[in-house]
Write a protein that binds this ligand. Structure first.
Ligand code: NAD
Length: 492
């Protein structure tokens, strides 16, 4: 495992694909101070990147503000052409991008390849949405008047992005902002700067003009402060923990920015005893173990109706026993390392807490001893509502299964959370599916499926899982202002 990422990156370096400098005002900035990028599987340093200062961020804000007028004046179709060209370059360089993602984030290469295609899809989607940002005409309530609503770009936007989808969370935000006519400054997660910087290089190649897309890397607190206090930054989009979401929302209040937040999940996965157990296990495996469990859509509470409870637990354990744990660049790997040591520690704390409080544990033993960031895929059954894992998002390959008796009971337990991102329901009863899809308090609901994301859908959560929506026809609105215009005195 040692040296695996370094060997692959050596090839990419020769192709100029490992970029260590930040992109500010059309120039690549080395910065006096540098930060190490670490392969989370081995702990090895694989690259160095610029550590930008608050002054660098202020320069980026100035450059973005300067670029706004000419970018918004481009015809939407012309902005769309540039976005499409950026998407094509991503697909052309999918393998290089995927290697970068896996090397710094840890996910299996096949999932990284998927992320590149998924991420490019947002650019194509918003390229088309640029031309559909319609306003409206309102039947007038005033004589001799014409009432119009126009959608206009809000101004400079900022994106603070997470490490679990280091490419797609950038294109989902930047695609929408650029399509709307807004320049955007991206502050990627310090753990995963290489994929962000490679994306910026491709954006430059695609013709995104100077100052319109900038990537500023470095310390999150230092770099977010100028973004929050500067009145020229009119929109802020963040994906990450609810805790940091609170801080950013508070910080953005002083300048009343338009804020969109995609925060933590804690998805309930409801399985009723009328379903095919095999299909439910396949769904639960996908919803639990994608991105090695580091996914805001991850099934954190798998509720199984008593009639099939034992059989389901046995079948899930058998499926989990097959999971291969290893370096993401090894082709057989299903589960990579956790990107951050703190995530692995949280998983272990959830396991310990559940076992102390009486949960049954099935440890697959897979990946044992590989290193501190690896978490052995673990099944906890007979989980009760007082256990930490039933109350907080785990963000790792630990499956918690909880028995339930009635629909009314499980609905109340599923909704008894401050999180409201995604929920899953497996049932063969159409009436039950319709009832639950209406009464479950989550922003996204998968009925008999664990796969529902993509550019056309409004991604986002209720309650403390966030504000606003990304993707879909709604996503572009996060970067637009509505303007009402009344033309009066029109009588001849
Ligand atoms: P985090 O919220 O600390 O980090 C997410 C991003 O926020 C980082 O990449 C960083 O760029 C930025 N950030 C961190 N502190 C900041 C600050 N004070 N000001 C401005 N920006 C800041 O999350 P984490 O500790 O890396 O991960 C812990 C938990 O966060 C996970 O267990 C999970 O619950 C959640 N998370 C969710 C998502 C998601 O997709 N919704 C993604 C990553 C993490």
């Amino acid at each position: 495992m040692a040296g695996l990422a370094a060997k692959q990156l050596h090839v990419l370096r020769r192709r100029d694909f490992v970029v260590g400098d930040a992109l500010i005002d059309g120039r690549w900035i080395a910065a006096a101070e540098r930060d190490a990028v670490i392969d989370p599987a081995t702990g090895e340093e694989i690259a160095e990147v610029a550590r930008c200062s608050a002054a660098d961020m202020e320069r980026a804000i100035g450059a973005a503000a300067q670029s706004f007028a000419s970018w918004r004046e481009l015809l939407p179709a012309s902005r769309g052409l540039i976005l499409r060209s950026w998407a094509s370059l991503m697909r052309e360089h999918a393998e290089e991008l995927a290697i970068l993602i896996t090397s710094e984030q840890g996910k299996p290469l096949a999932e990284a390849r998927y992320e590149v295609v998924y991420g490019a899809g947002f650019l194509d989607w918003f390229a088309a949405e640029a031309e559909r940002a319609y306003g409206e005409t309102i039947p007038s309530h005033k004589p001799a008047s014409l009432l119009q609503v126009r959608m206009q770009p809000i101004g400079v936007a900022a994106a603070i992005t997470p490490w679990n989808f280091p490419v797609a969370m950038i294109t989902r935000k930047a695609g929408a902002a650029l399509a709307a006519g807004c320049p955007i400054i991206v502050k990627p997660a310090p753990e995963t700067p290489l994929s962000a910087l490679a994306l910026a290089r491709l954006a430059e190649e695609a013709g995104v003009p100077r100052g319109v897309l900038q990537v500023v890397v470095g310390n999150s607190i230092e770099l977010s402060a100028p973004l929050l206090r500067d009145t020229r930054v009119r929109a802020l989009s963040f994906t990450g923990s609810t805790q940091v979401g609170h801080l950013l929302l508070e910080g953005a209040a002083t300048t009343v920015k338009k804020v969109s937040l995609e925060l933590g999940g804690h998805a309930p996965f409801l399985i009723f005893d009328d379903v095919d157990i095999g299909k439910a296990v396949t769904g639960a495996m996908a919803a639990k173990f994608a991105t090695s469990g580091q996914d805001c859509l991850a099934a954190n509470r798998i509720y199984v109706q008593r009639g099939i409870y034992g059989a389901f637990v046995d079948a899930l354990a058998a499926a989990m026993a097959e999971l291969k744990v290893g370096h993401g660049l090894e082709p057989t790997t299903d589960i990579g390392p956790m990107t951050k040591a703190s995530v692995a520690e949280k998983c272990r704390a959830h396991i310990a807490d559940a076992v102390t409080k009486g949960a049954r544990i099935f440890s697959t033993g897979n990946g044992e001893g590989l290193g501190p960031n690896f978490v052995v895929p673990t099944l906890l059954s007979d989980v009760t509502d007082d256990m930490l894992i039933a109350r907080e998002e785990t963000f790792g390959p630990v499956a918690a299964v909880l028995p339930f008796d009635t629909e009314r009971e499980v609905l109340a337990r599923a909704n008894a959370s401050e999180m409201g991102l995604a929920a899953y329901v497996y049932t063969d009863s159409l009436r039950r599916a319709l009832r639950l899809s209406e009464s479950i308090e989550y922003g996204m609901v998968g009925i008999n499926t664990a796969s529902f994301t993509g550019p056309p859908i409004p991604f986002g959560g209720w309650k403390q899982s966030g504000l606003g929506r990304e993707g879909s026809r709604h996503g572009i609105q996060e970067y637009m202002e509505l303007k009402y215009v009344c033309f009066g005195d029109l009588a001849a």
